[in-house]
Write a protein that binds this ligand. Structure first.
Ligand code: PMP
Length: 461
């Protein structure tokens, strides 16, 4: 039985949550003191908590939601599929939804990605790409009488998931500090982060020296590398790092010249977030492997996929003959059906074409932040907008408490955000209206101004 008032209900649920649950990526001591929203429902880009307070879903529920909450077509697809079957195993059996979705993904993806292997989250989709790249290289190198490589190449601050394989291959320092003894690290190149140029250059004099650094490392480690693993155009969880134009194409060219497979981790960037269906398209890159997840089902259900070239399938078919990998919920029919409908709606609602206008609304609303001494590095890509916070004296904002305070302030104003360290960002569902996109940006700017007035970024004198 729930207590009577919404406030009591909220309090009761939070208390019970605290006593039994463990939330992902939560600083436990801080979390135990927080008063989190208890989400009850959603509609479009809005979430409503049990207190009846409405909040704009400014992270698209951590980059998964594409078409808004409770999209009528997705709701219908889900219930129609539930009326047939929710799940049956994909080991030794198949179903129409999985087949149609694989055909569709393969047709939409960059050229040459003809085989689809399903899983149910982004980390496993990447890990599958890593395992398949290893099998492919093993097959090729043994026939060439060369050493079988066992190291990946990735970028500093690259995030590819939280399984041990993807932690090792990724470049998140904190993960390595903690789980280092359990994982196999990659060879890493500096992130192509123009705000902190690894070559110490300015944008005006940039000749992609960061790409040359990566090329030199690739050349030096060529014999040892299984594959290059990157998040194309945008290193999302590592701090919303937007790459300089041309970096991805240079990296892909180097991979081709050195015969090192390229894995594009499009888990965050896929399905329109960066302005094109896949980020790779913007630089004409066709990777050898592509991992997708998150928005594949419009944010409704866990489904992920690893797309590979036919030559990978053929290599594994020959040796070892079986890919020893699979999950209980591989190719879940509910998820496949919703994913197909998501792709239909993405096309029918012409959401990619509408991105520039919405981005402009965000840019306009953030003009109020121009020259603010506690904001730097405003950046935009597709419908992604990000900025970094610093203290008024120019030093780094390291303490997590001001960020928690900002999050609370934003929530009160009706905006649900989740800072990445001192990086704040907006990644709305693509279905956001221009007005809602502007409102999100304005509420975030207001939150920052208020935080500044409260001294969160230090005092002026
Ligand atoms: N790769 C990238 C680029 C991601 O952004 C994420 C999730 N933030 C993952 C992989 C892992 O996906 P998941 O959380 O679904 O395992």
């Amino acid at each position: 039985m729930f207590p009577d008032s919404p406030a009591q209900r909220h309090e009761d649920l939070v208390r019970r949550d605290r006593s039994v649950l463990w939330h992902p990526f939560a600083n436990l001591a801080l979390w135990e003191r927080e008063d989190p929203p208890v989400v009850a429902s959603g509609e479009g880009v809005w979430l409503t908590d049990v207190d009846g307070h409405r909040m704009l879903d400014a992270t698209a529920s951590l980059w998964v939601n594409l078409l808004g909450h409770r999209h009528p077509a997705l709701d219908r697809a889900l219930s129609s599929q539930a009326g047939q079957i929710a799940h049956s195993t994909f080991l030794g059996a198949t179903h129409e939804g999985a087949i149609r979705l694989a055909e569709r993904l393969s047709a939409l993806a960059p050229a040459g990605l003809t085989r689809v292997f399903y899983s149910d989250n982004g980390s496993t989709a990447v890990e599958i790409a890593m395992k398949l790249a290893f099998l492919f290289q093993r097959h090729r190198r043994i026939r060439q009488g060369r050493r079988v490589p066992a190291t990946f190449f990735s970028l500093e601050r690259g995030y590819h998931g939280d399984t041990l394989g993807t932690v090792g291959a990724g470049g998140i320092d904190r993960f390595h500090q903690i789980f280092g003894p359990l994982v196999r690290p990659s060879v890493t190149a500096p992130a192509p982060d123009c705000a902190h140029c690894p070559a110490g250059l300015l944008r005006s004099t940039c000749r992609l020296e960061c790409a040359a650094m990566a090329e030199n490392l690739l050349e030096a480690h060529r014999e040892d590398l299984v594959a290059v693993l990157v998040e194309p155009l945008l290193q999302a969880a590592g701090g919303m790092i937007v790459w300089p134009a041309g970096y991805l194409a240079r990296l892909a060219r180097a991979c081709r010249n050195l015969e090192i497979p390229l894995i594009a981790d499009e888990v965050a960037t896929g399905f329109g977030r960066t302005g094109t269906l896949f980020a790779c398209e913007q630089e004409g890159v066709s990777p050898d492997f592509m991992a997708v997840g998150k928005a594949l089902t419009g944010g409704y259900l866990p489904l992920a996929a690893t797309l590979v070239r036919e030559s990978v399938y053929e290599a594994v078919r020959e040796d070892p003959g079986t890919f020893y990998h699979g999950h209980s919920y591989t190719a879940n029919p509910l998820a496949c059906r919703v994913a197909l409908t998501t792709l239909d709606c993405l096309e029918a609602e012409d959401l990619l074409a509408a991105i520039p206008e919405k981005r402009e609304r965000i840019r306009e609303a953030w003009r109020s932040l121009d020259g603010a001494p506690f904001v730097e590095n405003l950046r935009f890509l597709g419908l992604i907008a990000a900025l970094d916070l610093r203290k008024r004296d120019g030093s780094a904002l390291i303490d997590p408490v001001p960020l928690t305070v900002l999050r609370e302030k934003a929530r009160k104003k009706g905006l649900l955000i989740r800072p990445l360290g001192s990086t704040l960002y907006l990644i709305p569902p693509l279905s956001v209206t221009p007005e809602e996109a502007g409102l999100m940006a304005r509420l975030l700017a207001d939150t920052l101004m208020e935080g500044d007035r409260d001294g969160l970024f230090g005092r002026t004198s």
